[in-house]
Design a protein around this ligand. Structure first.
Ligand code: FAD
Length: 288
């Protein structure tokens, strides 16, 4: 099923995420997590591509497994920054052959110590989106950044480029994680003012490793509210307590989003079915 058709329907839609194994040895445990995440029957499961600790290998196969064997819509991420146009064409053909209907089109982070952009290299996600539109009929998602992308000189400039990206043929957007819902509400106001009309899926990260997230957020410029920092300070060295607090924080964020009319929410579940299940249990009377 095309994700755009699913998320336009009434109700609150919660999607989940997995990442492919980094090594062959981890394959079985990742597939077990994938099956358990699929069993939670989210609105769709997205599968990352060379991010979150996984590699790009297996993204297509795992997305096909979720869609064809678990009967849950899947979203295959595809990033282009480290690929040639021929390699991307090959991936697009592979996704088509597997019957994949939904692709999240990404540029990817610029590799360190590289002469970016090398001749022929992709510079922005919009180039990938144009290629996908020429070569396939996927429902296309793209990334957006409520706090502005780290490379952008200003939020206004980032929204201008986001509008250009959407006009290349994007059906929906998924946000980068944020920990203060006010930031999302302000972003939605700004992009609607700019004329971006496609549905936006709000990305929520349940934090289970406080120290790691503090590091990642520093790099990406994500603001960590005082209330969240106090939780990390207090429970960051106690994984079980941090997980419980992370689940509660994510649950509260989602309840506030739902109460303010946000119907599409993506949980960055990171191969942790027990965390996703705990949040969904907390929302059992809120999400159908
Ligand atoms: P772009 O949309 O190309 O934007 C990159 C920067 O260029 C921005 O600052 C933008 O303002 C600017 N820009 C865009 N177009 C133009 C233009 N025409 N002219 C000038 N400037 C322009 N990474 C992975 O490797 N694998 C994944 O699976 C993955 N999944 C993700 C999922 C989500 C929901 C999100 C939010 C991010 C994900 N990422 C993933 C990270 C992403 O690849 C990085 O954030 C990357 O740095 C930017 O990718 P993009 O597609 O947003 O790029």
């Amino acid at each position: 099923m095309r994700i755009i058709d699913k998320i336009r329907k009434d109700g609150i839609h919660i999607s989940l995420e997995v990442f492919p194994p980094k090594t062959e040895a981890a394959y079985e445990s990742v597939m077990d997590a994938v099956d358990r995440i699929g069993a939670l029957k989210p609105s769709f499961v997205s599968v990352t591509y060379g991010a979150g600790g996984g590699t790009s290998k297996n993204t297509a196969a795992i997305a096909a497994h979720i869609q064809n064997d678990l009967h849950v819509p899947s979203l295959a991420h595809l990033s282009c920054v480290s690929s040639t146009r021929e390699e991307v064409s090959h991936h697009i053909r592979e996704l088509k052959q597997l019957g994949i209907e939904n692709v999240l089109a990404l540029r990817g982070d610029i590799p360190q110590d590289s002469n970016f952009p090398a001749p022929g290299q992709y510079r922005y996600a919009c180039e990938l989106i144009r290629q996908i539109k020429e070569e396939a009929d996927f429902c296309i998602g793209a990334a957006c950044y409520p706090e502005g992308h780290v490379e952008s000189a200003s939020r206004e400039e980032d929204v201008r480029h986001l509008k250009e990206k959407v006009e290349c043929g994007v059906d929906f957007l998924t946000t980068q994680m944020f920990f203060d819902n006010g930031i999302l509400y302000n972003f939605l106001y700004r992009i609607r003012e700019a004329g971006i009309r496609v549905p936006v899926i709000a990305g929520i990260m349940p934090v289970t490793n406080g120290k790691q997230i503090t590091r990642i957020c520093k790099l990406s410029g994500t603001v960590l509210p005082q209330r969240f920092l106090a939780i990390v300070d207090k429970f960051g060295n106690n994984p079980k307590a941090m997980t419980q607090a992370g689940i509660a924080y994510a649950t509260e964020q989602i309840i506030d989003l739902a109460a303010n009319g946000i119907r599409n929410i993506h949980i960055y579940s990171m191969n942790k079915p027990e965390v996703a299940a705990a949040i969904l249990e907390n929302l059992s009377e809120i999400v159908d």
